[in-house]
Design a protein around this ligand. Structure first.
Ligand SMILES: *[C@@H]1O[C@H](CO)[C@@H](O)[C@H](O)[C@H]1NC(C)=O
Ligand SMILES: *[C@@H]1O[C@H](CO)[C@@H](O)[C@H](O)[C@H]1NC(C)=O
Ligand SMILES: *[C@@H]1O[C@H](CO)[C@@H](O)[C@H](O)[C@H]1NC(C)=O
Ligand SMILES: *[C@@H]1O[C@H](CO)[C@@H](O)[C@H](O)[C@H]1NC(C)=O
Ligand SMILES: *[C@@H]1O[C@H](CO)[C@@H](O)[C@H](O)[C@H]1NC(C)=O
Ligand SMILES: *[C@@H]1O[C@H](CO)[C@@H](O)[C@H](O)[C@H]1NC(C)=O
Ligand SMILES: *[C@@H]1O[C@H](CO)[C@@H](O)[C@H](O)[C@H]1NC(C)=O
Ligand SMILES: *[C@@H]1O[C@H](CO)[C@@H](O)[C@H](O)[C@H]1NC(C)=O
Length: 516
């Protein structure tokens, strides 16, 4: 079959994908009408909430999520028509080398846009790396299709770098933090010696994991099948990446308020601030306006194979970049943000799982994620899983020790089998708002390998789906304006339960307040 012939068929296939998920959505609504009706009824009454006065006894405030996204949401995403194509490629044949050469030559010329015309572009498993300053743009969803038959060792499209391991950096300056308790939401700290710290520096506000802190959080005695599970090893460093805004005597102000409290009382932790230079400056990278299909499908595949590779990956340390207006089919992982990537926007990405684990012959209980966040200041907005309602997944998940703020707005999924669910080990500062998806911010205890407390300083805001939110002994997770079914194992801080609240979007309200 010629490519052109196949493309015509695929174009129909893309159209068909629109009605297949609709059928499933209708089925779900028919099966669980009670939950849907309840949340609609509740959503009609709203009550105003003074979000900026919400605080715990120790002074922890809601994290400021408005710093999530491309350029910390200070600037809009570049318009997809503002910059014209530097290189326009037409369809046909295996295009991996041709597209990669075009991307590289635009990068060498100082950055710009590579536009793929309408049609089908075949990619080999080596995939593409979009370099700093370059945008890979299609001619529209359903118009331009990147098609791949097999994954190998790397993501299909990497923004910045296709090496997904996290490069270490060595700090060049260290100072001890002397405050006894710094609540969530604080942007200032006091150090013993601020010499050498200046505005604009990249810093990690960090602290070591101690046995005392692990024990006080109830994580010291996790035993599974007679075996002790280690949640977080003593000595591990928990890092909050920030930039210095200003320095005055021994007080350092940060660009973004902290999303995890620092508590030096009772030997719980020692805290310090270190300055470092990032290993790359990869930024202003985009992928937009196209469809991506993997066929034969990897959806539902057992984890630990080449099928783990995502369609789109933000490489480690990539900043101020985006993925938007995409339709992705047939992957087991769709979008991944690697460690230390930051200020990123994932907007209007529709994902289709076209097989579930059972169909894939996978009897393992481990699930993959639609969207995996391991970086910080990531904004995932208006994205959706639209594939099989029976295809279980972590709809959005964070990894171990992932620092906030990160935000998920108006996410949707076909059923309660796709859960917005931080995965393991003390990620912090995650907002999930205005969604009917099922959300879990919990203690996973011995599950996994002793995944334990998966998230601290999580905020569910105007959640309409099934909700399970718990608070750690040394932390807090909030649920505000949650009107769906509340799982009775919840013990987080619930405010205005059973009705939607105003502002409808905490993210938008915080952004407005910050802009003044
Ligand atoms: C990563 O990208 C480079 C540059 O395109 C390519 O040569 C290499 O094969 C890719 N790595 C893997 C593991 O596919
Ligand atoms: C450009 O973006 C707009 C708005 O996001 C979208 O409607 C349009 O389809 C995009 N253009 C193309 C060629 O895809
Ligand atoms: C980010 O980079 C630091 C410094 O190299 C490294 O220690 C850390 O593991 C990476 N990931 C996170 C989440 O900080
Ligand atoms: C403060 O730090 C600077 C730079 O690291 C160092 O030169 C100086 O000796 C330190 N001052 C004290 C009092 O420790
Ligand atoms: C990043 O940019 C800064 C400022 O322009 C420069 O000093 C630094 O060398 C760059 N780092 C890398 C790894 O290219
Ligand atoms: C652990 O996993 C089992 C099986 O999926 C589940 O029933 C149980 O609720 C989980 N426990 C916690 C604490 O999440
Ligand atoms: C909430 O429930 C979890 C899970 O049972 C438990 O580990 C935790 O200590 C409880 N939190 C509070 C604040 O009581
Ligand atoms: C909690 O809910 C479950 C069903 O989801 C029910 O079986 C159980 O009895 C409830 N427990 C309490 C204490 O209400």
């Amino acid at each position: 079959m010629s490519f052109r012939h196949f493309w015509h068929r695929t174009t129909c296939g893309l159209r068909n994908m629109f009605w297949a998920p609709v059928v499933f959505t209708v089925l779900v609504v028919a099966i669980v009408p009670a939950a849907v009706v309840t949340s609609r009824a509740h959503a009609q009454s709203t009550v105003g909430v003074q979000w900026n006065t919400i605080a715990t006894d120790r002074g922890d405030h809601l994290p400021d999520f408005s710093f999530c996204g491309y350029h910390a949401s200070d600037d809009p995403l570049p318009s997809n028509s503002s910059v014209s194509a530097n290189i326009l490629l037409a369809e046909g044949g295996d295009q991996t080398a041709r597209i990669q050469n075009a991307l590289n030559s635009v990068a060498s010329a100082g950055g710009g846009v590579v536009v793929l015309g309408p049609g089908e572009f075949a990619l080999s498993a080596q995939g593409l790396v979009v370099p700093s300053g370059v945008v890979l743009r299609g001619s529209g969803v359903g118009q331009t299709l990147l098609k791949c038959g097999k994954l190998d060792k790397a993501p299909l499209v990497s923004l910045g770098s296709n090496d997904t391991s996290s490069d270490g950096v060595l700090p060049f300056l260290v100072a001890n933090i002397v405050d006894r308790y710094i609540p969530i939401g604080t942007a200032q700290l006091t150090v013993d010696n601020a010499t050498g710290f200046v505005a604009g520096q990249n810093v990690f506000v960090q602290r070591t994991v101690t046995d005392e802190w692990v024990r006080a959080n109830g994580m010291a005695d996790l035993v599974l099948d007679g075996k002790q599970q280690t949640w977080l090893k003593s000595g591990l460093v928990v890092k909050q990446p920030r930039k210095i805004k200003s320095v005055s005597d021994s007080t350092i102000s940060l660009d973004v308020p902290l999303t995890d409290a620092l508590d030096t009382t009772n030997n719980l932790m020692q805290a310090s601030i270190v300055a470092y230079n990032p290993p790359t400056n990869a930024s202003e990278i985009g992928i937009e306006d196209l469809s991506i299909t993997l066929s034969p499908t990897c959806s539902g595949a057992v984890l630990g194979t080449a099928c783990d590779n995502p369609a789109v990956s933000f490489g480690p340390w990539t900043v101020d970049s985006w993925a938007r207006n995409l339709e992705i089919t047939g992957f087991n992982s769709f979008v991944e943000v690697q460690y230390n990537a930051s200020r990123l926007t994932v907007q209007d990405v529709a994902m289709y799982r076209d097989a579930n684990a059972k169909d894939a012959g996978n009897t393992d209980s481990a699930l993959s994620a639609d969207v995996l966040i391991q970086g910080t200041q990531v904004l995932v907005a208006d994205c959706s899983q639209r594939g099989l309602a029976s295809a279980r997944s972590f709809s959005v998940m964070t990894g171990s020790l992932v620092p906030g703020p990160n935000a998920v707005l108006r996410h949707s999924a076909p059923s309660d089998d796709q859960i917005i669910f931080p995965h393991q080990r003390w990620a912090h500062g995650l907002l999930v708002e205005d969604t009917s998806s099922s959300v879990r911010l919990i203690n996973r205890a011995t599950n996994g390998t002793g995944h334990g407390w998966a998230i601290n300083a999580g905020v569910g805001w105007n959640l309409r789906g099934t909700t399970l939110i718990q608070s750690p002994p040394l932390g807090v997770n909030w649920c505000i304006g949650c009107s769906g079914k509340i799982d009775n194992r919840s013990n987080g801080t619930f405010l205005q339960t059973g009705q939607a609240v105003e502002p409808r979007s905490l993210f938008a309200a915080q952004l407005q307040a910050r802009r003044g």
